[in-house]
Ligand binder design. Structure first.
Ligand SMILES: Cc1cc2nc3c(=O)[nH]c(=O)nc-3n(C[C@H](O)[C@H](O)[C@H](O)COP(=O)(O)O)c2cc1C
Length: 169
């Protein structure tokens, strides 16, 4: 799939088939994530892959709007804000870029995915850190539910281009 086509046809998928994701595809998703740009190339991330059913249920309990049944949940997380010099907010920009790379790579591989927010809700960050058994420096950023789209998946690509959202100076 061409890059522009992948960007323009990606959509959030929230209903998944009961089919596992092959390891080679998971490896590509993680490579895509870590290929993202990051401020001063700090790469302040850690990608937590949740496959265990009990853990997935615990993750879903934390998220009010993220209760989807996917074979895998990837949780892109800030590994340690201390690795980001100058401005720690940069880390969250980096994690956004990595999250979007995973969504696009998933789409290219014929998978479906949806980004559910953890950050900036402090309570959700704290609860998710506990559920995922992470140390105090780790900040879970987003939850990506990923799998093969279900036959019942009715999601549609939205055309969001609006000329009014552009200003040329
Ligand atoms: C920061 C962020 C947080 C989001 N949180 C949720 C969420 O909690 N639950 C959910 O179902 N979708 C969530 N989404 C997905 C959006 O609802 C979705 O991207 C939007 O409706 C546009 O649809 P599209 O992705 O199909 O283009 C989130 C997306 C972003 C970027």
């Amino acid at each position: 799939m061409e890059t522009i086509e992948a960007i323009l046809t990606r959509k959030s998928v929230r209903q998944f088939a009961e089919k596992e994701i092959e390891q080679d595809k998971l490896d590509i998703l993680l490579k895509a994530a870590m290929a993202a740009p990051s401020g001063v190339n700090a790469q302040p991330w850690k990608f937590i892959v949740v496959k265990d059913q009990e853990k997935k249920e615990a993750v879903k309990k934390v998220l009010p709007f993220g209760k989807y049944n996917s074979p895998i949940i990837i949780v892109p997380s800030v590994r340690d804000l201390a690795v980001v010099p100058f401005n720690h907010d940069l880390a969250y920009c980096d994690l956004s870029a990595a999250t979007e790379n995973i969504l696009l790579a998933a789409h290219d591989l014929g998978l479906g995915a949806v980004w559910c927010a953890i950050y900036p809700n402090k309570k959700h960050v704290k609860e998710m850190r506990k559920v995922l058994e992470q140390g105090p420096t780790v900040s879970p950023f987003s939850c990506i539910f990923i799998g093969y789209p279900s036959e019942n998946d009715k999601s549609k690509v939205k055309n969001k281009y609006k000329e009014n959202n552009v200003q040329v100076l």
